[in-house]
Ligand binder design. Structure first.
Ligand code: F6P
Length: 358
C-alpha cells in the first residue's frame, strides 16, 4: 500500500485543483486500490501541525475548472508559525514527525520558489518529495513554464483590452499595474498581448524621462492615449543605484506602496495630460484555469504519479522544450528565473517600438 501526501503552498493561483485532480486520478489509475492519498491542510502549516485528511477518489472529481485550492494554502511556515517555534529546525522536525506518523511514501508539494526551497530542505532530510511548479509569476528556475501563468495572463490581457477602449475614448494615459513579485514575465507578456505602449519591468530599471519622451512622441504623432504596463516590482534607475539597505529603507518609508501610482506622480511632474491608474491586484489569480493550464497541470500531475511508481524522488516536474522532465530539487532551490533584457520577448517588443523606459 502506497501512502501519498499532497499539499498546496504559497499564494494560490488557477490550476491548483486541476493539478491535485491529475495527481489523484493518475495515482488511482496506476495503483488501483493499493494507494491512499492524504490531503494536508493549508500547505506546510498542516504538515507542521498534523492537520490532514484522507481523500477519496470522489474528492478528485468535479474540481478541474474550479479556482483556488480545495486543500487551502499558506505562506512559508518560517514566517507564519513563529509563535509555535522560534527555531526553524524544530519546524522541520515537526514536519518530519508528521510525515513519519502518517507513514507516507511520498509528499507531493504544489508551490512556488519558497515552497520548493522547503521541499529541497525536506528532501535533504531524507523525505521523499516531488514538487510541481505553481505560480502566476513564472519565476521558478528549471522550468520554461509554471501553471497559473497563462490563466493570469488571460485575465490581465483582458484588463488591458478593456482599458484600451476607455483610454482611447477619453484620450488618457493609463497605467496598469501587473503582479509578478520580483520578475516581469507577466507584465512583459501582458504588455505584448495587450499592445501596451510602454512596458516597465523589474529587470530593466526605468528612467522616467524615457517614459515621458515616449508619451510626447505619441502625442506629437496624433495619438491621444497611451497604455503603460508596469510590473509591481519595477524600479527606477535611481532606485537601482541605491545600496540594498538604502533601497529597503526608502521603500519602507513610502506612503504610496503601489508602483503604478508612483509612476503616475512622476509622469505628472513632466507631462501635462490626464492620467488614470488601474491596479487589478488579486483578480489576476482568481477564477478558473485557462485550457493551457488545465492541460499543463494534467501533464505534470500524471508525471508526478509516474515518478512515484518508479520510486524517483527529490525532483520538481518541469517543462523544458515542451517535454515534461524531472529536475532535481537541489538545482531549483534558491534560484529565480528572471526576464533577460536581451530575451526574445524584449527584443520583439523593441522591434515594435515599445518603450521599456531605459
Ligand atoms: O507569487 C504570486 C503573487 O501573486 C505575486 O505576484 C504577488 O506579489 C504576491 O503573490 C501577492 O501575495 P499575497 O497574496 O500574499 O498578497
Amino acid at each position: 500500500m502506497r501512502r501519498i501526501g499532497i499539499l498546496t503552498s504559497g499564494g494560490d493561483c488557477q490550476g491548483l485543483n486541476s493539478a491535485i485532480r491529475a495527481v489523484g486520478k493518475a495515482l488511482y489509475e496506476r495503483f488501483q486500490n493499493d494507494v491512499e492519498i492524504y490531503g494536508i491542510q493549508d500547505g506546510y502549516y498542516g504538515l507542521i501541525e498534523g492537520e490532514y485528511k484522507k481523500m477519496e477518489p470522489r474528492d478528485f472529481s468535479g474540481i478541474l475548472t474550479i479556482g483556488g485550492t480545495i486543500l487551502g494554502t499558506s505562506r512559508q511556515p518560517f514566517k507564519r508559525m513563529r509563535d509555535v517555534d522560534e527555531n526553524n529546525v524544530d519546524k522541520v522536525q515537526k514536519m518530519k514527525d508528521t510525515y513519519m506518523k502518517m507513514g507516507l511514501n511520498c509528499l507531493v508539494v504544489l508551490g512556488g520558489n519558497g515552497t520548493h526551497k522547503t521541499a529541497n530542505l525536506l528532501s535533504e532530510e531524507g523525505l521523499n518529495i516531488i514538487g510541481l511548479p505553481k505560480t502566476i509569476d513564472n519565476d521558478i528556475w528549471g522550468t520554461d513554464m509554471t501553471f497559473g501563468f497563462y490563466s493570469a495572463l488571460n485575465v490581465i490581457t483582458d484588463v488591458i483590452d478593456r482599458i484600451h477602449t476607455t483610454a482611447t475614448s477619453h484620450g488618457r494615459v493609463f497605467i496598469v499595474e501587473v503582479m509578478g513579485h520580483k520578475v516581469g514575465w507577466l507584465t512583459l507578456y501582458a504588455g505584448l498581448a495587450g499592445g501596451a505602449d510602454v512596458i516597465l519591468l523589474p529587470e530593466i530599471p526605468y528612467d522616467i524621462d524615457s517614459v515621458v519622451a515616449e508619451l510626447n512622441k505619441r502625442e506629437k504623432s496624433g495619438k491621444k492615449f497611451s497604455i503603460i504596463a508596469v510590473a509591481e516590482g519595477a524600479i527606477s534607475k535611481e532606485e537601482a543605484a541605491l545600496k540594498k539597505k538604502e533601497f529597503k529603507q526608502r521603500r519602507a518609508e513610502m506612503v504610496q506602496p503601489s508602483i503604478a501610482y508612483r509612476v503616475a506622480d512622476e509622469i505628472k511632474e513632466k507631462f501635462n495630460h490626464e492620467i488614470r491608474v488601474c491596479v487589478p491586484g488579486h483578480f489576476q489569480r482568481g477564477g478558473s484555469p485557462c485550457p493551457y493550464d488545465r492541460v499543463f497541470t494534467t501533464r505534470i500531475g500524471t508525471s508526478a504519479a509516474q515518478l512515484i511508481s518508479e520510486n524517483k524522488y527529490g525532483y520538481m516536474v518541469a517543462l523544458q522544450n515542451n517535454e515534461i522532465v524531472p529536475v532535481p530539487l537541489s538545482e531549483v532551490a534558491g534560484k529565480l528565473k528572471c526576464v533577460s533584457p536581451g530575451s526574445n520577448e524584449v527584443v520583439t517588443g523593441r522591434e515594435l517600438g515599445i518603450c521599456f523606459g531605459d
